[in-house]
Design a protein around this ligand. Structure first.
Ligand SMILES: Cc1cc2nc3c(=O)[nH]c(=O)nc-3n(C[C@H](O)[C@H](O)[C@H](O)COP(=O)(O)OP(=O)(O)OC[C@H]3O[C@@H](n4cnc5c(N)ncnc54)[C@H](O)[C@@H]3O)c2cc1C
Length: 387
């Protein structure tokens, strides 16, 4: 039994059990097939919404659960233990689009979008990245030009998680003029809905892992977005996105911990069953040390994550803490899944056991919502922030 170093309240235990039961019943039996076919099952969105998992951080007045950040992350870890693809859907939806509308939207936007999003009737997505703008996201070139009661958007968004199934996509586009570029202060965030003229879903990515999470390009071809769908200030959209990514990174850290925990659980069980040299391999110290290192890094990741979550709920600045949690947890996911494959030997390299999928799923946690290199830049920059 691995220690989790978390003192959970009764409510947190109930929500964790709800998440576990949901994932085991509705996802676990199908996950190998969905992964093989790169299939996304749309019905899980409504099921997650019915249980409250898509409005966890939203106040009850918008049909949300209104729980604290730690409780949300406990549920997210539990989903990720079973399926990292469902976890990223849940993380993006809860941390980015819904939080952005809640924090930076007006009351009409909150009324229109948040209730259906919390109930799982409308899935959210976040479209910042572009083919030429990844880590340097402020270099994005999708252009928004005001035309009467609409903004007209032209450009391509890449890597949009859930983009093919989302009803509300928070998309960043330049609102400054081509002759007077203002960098990060010349970008707006728009609530794009797929019914708008000029909206097209482009290429679906054929990925290494997270194969049952659809990741797509979106093409905006004279996309007419009503001015009512502009979020807040037209020059502040990039700042809103960066602030929201601090929440997002906590979610990705929870996802990474879930993947790592699944690897540890699978490896612990296998090491007890697998006999070599007439001995269960768990008796070999080389195997014990791997399991010990996995368990220790998972516990340390969880401690970092939940101390960041508590600091966030106290209203403190968590720029550095969220990057630390995301960096350490994602490297733990990669470490733990690598060790798990090793403990399984040849059987870790084939699809008969889940560790092969976990190994593939883990990698992306070091890439999205800021690569590990970008997290280290943020952490180091914060060391000098008060100078
Ligand atoms: C499965 C998946 C889902 C995604 N979902 C979304 C989504 O929903 N919405 C969205 O907007 N984006 C999404 N992304 C995009 C993701 O956030 C980017 O892939 C990520 O930010 C990295 O950008 P890039 O791929 O262009 O790599 P690049 O920025 O080109 O980086 C390439 C390499 O250079 C390194 N590098 C770059 N700049 C520096 C620097 N200054 N110092 C040191 N090293 C540096 C990087 O760390 C990396 O190792 C997703 C990506 C994937 C793979």
């Amino acid at each position: 039994m691995a220690t989790d170093l978390l003192e959970m309240t009764e409510e947190q235990r109930e929500i964790r059990n709800l998440a576990r039961d949901f994932a085991l019943k509705e996802i676990a039996p199908y996950i190998a097939d969905w992964d093989a076919k790169a299939y996304f099952e749309p019905s899980i969105v409504k099921k997650m919404g019915d249980l409250g998992f898509l409005g966890m951080l939203l106040p009850e007045e918008y049909d949300g659960l209104g729980v604290d950040t730690s409780t949300y992350l406990i549920a997210l870890e539990e989903i990720a233990v079973v399926d990292a693809s469902a976890a990223v859907l849940m993380s993006v939806h809860n941390s980015l689009p819904t939080q952005m509308i809640l924090q930076f939207g007006d009351e009409a936007q909150r009324e229109r979008f948040l209730k259906p999003m919390a109930r799982g009737e409308m899935l959210g997505a976040f479209a910042l990245s572009e083919p030429e703008a990844g880590s340097d996201a402020a270099a994005l070139t999708t252009q928004a030009v005001r035309d009467g009661a609409a903004w007209v958007l032209n450009g391509t968004k890449s890597w949009v998680t859930s983009g093919s199934h989302a009803g509300a996509i928070l998309a960043m586009a330049r609102t400054d003029s081509r002759d007077d570029r203002k960098g990060a202060r010349g970008i707006g965030t728009f609530i794009v809905t797929p019914d708008l003229p000029g909206f097209h879903v482009g290429k679906k990515e054929d990925k290494l892992g997270l194969r049952s999470s659809p990741t797509v390009q979106l093409n905006f071809d004279n996309l007419r977005v009503p001015t009512d769908n502009l979020l807040g200030d037209p020059s502040m959209g990039f700042i809103y996105a960066m602030q929201s990514l601090e929440n997002g990174r906590l979610g990705i850290a929870a996802q990474a911990i879930g993947i790592a925990r699944a690897a540890l659980e699978a490896a612990t069980a296998y090491a007890g069953e697998r006999i070599q040299f007439k001995t269960p391999i768990r008796e070999f110290q080389a195997i014990q040390f791997k399991l010990a290192d996995m368990a220790t890094r998972i516990a340390a990741s969880r401690s970092l994550l939940h101390s960041a979550a508590r600091a966030k709920d106290r209203g403190e600045n968590v720029t550095q803490a969220s990057s630390m949690a995301k960096l350490f947890a994602s490297e733990t996911a990669m470490f733990a899944t690598n060790q798990a494959v090793q403990i399984f030997g040849g059987y870790g390299y084939v699809k008969d056991y889940p560790v092969e999928r976990l190994f593939r799923d883990a990698k992306v946690t070091e890439i999205y919502e800021g690569t590990s290199e970008i997290q280290r830049i943020v952490i180091a920059r914060e060391l000098y922030a008060s100078d």
